[in-house]
Design a protein around this ligand. Structure first.
Ligand SMILES: Cc1cc2nc3c(=O)[nH]c(=O)nc-3n(C[C@H](O)[C@H](O)[C@H](O)COP(=O)(O)O)c2cc1C
Length: 324
């Protein structure tokens, strides 16, 4: 049974389907993410040898350590997929939290929370089949009447899981309402393996408060990092010195672009990151309208270049609104 590695920091990048491509993960790592996760990967597709799915499990050499997250409903398939991928990753994580109907109707993702014994069996089988730490990512429970994160965490620990991540929402909540950090704290108090808390971190200040209140070992962040991957540096600085600086979103995008080009990330994905990274910036709505119509990298770079010029020169939004 392999132990969870000792990490260099407290803040991790959460797995996000369609978001955490290899270039974005490398950027998060550059900015100080202690651990990165691939998006969830279908174990059935890995076993089938799907080229598209294999494309999502690329790893950048800078990403050390990096976890691969698998989902599925079939033990043999999950074990076979883990075996196929274990050489390339440091941690095998099992998705027991996805609330999407297409996934749960097959018995995978958060549907597994209604059968904690199966999670235990899965962890046991994985541990005997692979030579890497096995971790589990869960939600608080299925709904408010069936909150069972503590029970699931205990079963996973007994089965040999190296760590457990808890997103403090139920399956029924999806992404609505608030993450319940009390349940995360209860899990932390009931197991001895590392616990990773997750849900609704939006700033270094909130990160620090949740870390202290809940006592978790690490915290992973998803949506905030889509808009500001530099948050990892901000958190590391804030925890160490009490201060942090900002990095303009378009500078972050330029750095993403530089890595994305090397990693041959498809244009549509680069464009998605441009859209997410420009949320909330001055004149961002207009900029995003323009970005959304671009058809290739040259057009995208031109639009962003014009935006930068007009804002830097102080001629700012009104002149940006005129066609370039
Ligand atoms: C676009 C998107 C895709 C996601 N994909 C995954 C996934 O592949 N695997 C997973 O375990 N969770 C996934 N999640 C959930 C996140 O990992 C995280 O648990 C959730 O967003 C709560 O954290 P946050 O408040 O920091 O965003 C996804 C979330 C988003 C917004």
């Amino acid at each position: 049974m392999k132990k969870f590695p000792k990490l260099s920091g407290k803040a991790m990048l959460a797995p996000m389907a369609g978001v955490t491509d290899v270039a974005f993960r490398a950027l998060a790592k550059r900015y100080g993410a202690a651990l990165t996760y691939t998006e969830f990967v279908s174990s059935a597709a890995i076993v089938r040898g799907s080229e598209k799915t294999l494309g999502t499990v690329k790893r950048n050499p800078s990403e050390r350590p990096c976890a691969v997250q698998l989902f599925g409903n079939n033990k043999e398939e999950i074990v076979a997929a883990a075996r196929a991928l274990e050489m390339d990753f440091d941690i095998i994580d099992i998705n027991c939290g996805c609330p999407v109907h297409k996934v749960i109707k097959t018995g995978a993702g958060s549907a597994l929370l209604s059968n904690p014994r199966l999670i235990g069996e899965l962890v046991e089988e994985l541990i005997s089949a692979v030579n890497k730490p096995v971790t589990v990512k869960i939600r608080a429970g299925i709904d408010e009447k069936r909150i069972n994160a503590v029970e699931v965490a205990n079963i996973a620990e007994e089965a040999g899981a190296a760590a457990i991540t808890v997103h403090g929402r139920t399956q029924k909540q999806g992404y609505s309402g608030k993450a319940d950090w009390d349940i995360i704290k209860e899990v932390k108090e009931s197991v001895s393996i590392p616990v990773i808390g997750n849900g609704d971190i939006t700033s270094p200040e909130i990160f620090k408060a949740r870390l202290e209140e809940s006592g978790v070992d690490y915290i992973m962040m998803g949506r905030v990092a889509m808009k500001n991957p530099f948050i990892f540096r901000q958190i590391n600085d804030y925890l160490e010195t009490g201060f942090y600086t900002e990095k303009p979103p378009l500078e972050q995008f330029s750095e993403y672009l530089e890595i994305a080009e090397k990693c041959e990330i498809p244009f549509i994905q680069i464009k998605n990151h441009a859209m997410w990274l420009t949320k909330g910036i001055k004149g961002g709505r207009k900029l995003r309208e323009r970005v959304s119509t671009t058809k290739n990298l040259a057009e995208l770079e031109k639009i962003i270049g014009v935006y930068k010029l007009t804002t830097i020169k102080g001629t700012h939004i009104s002149s940006f609104e005129r066609p370039p």
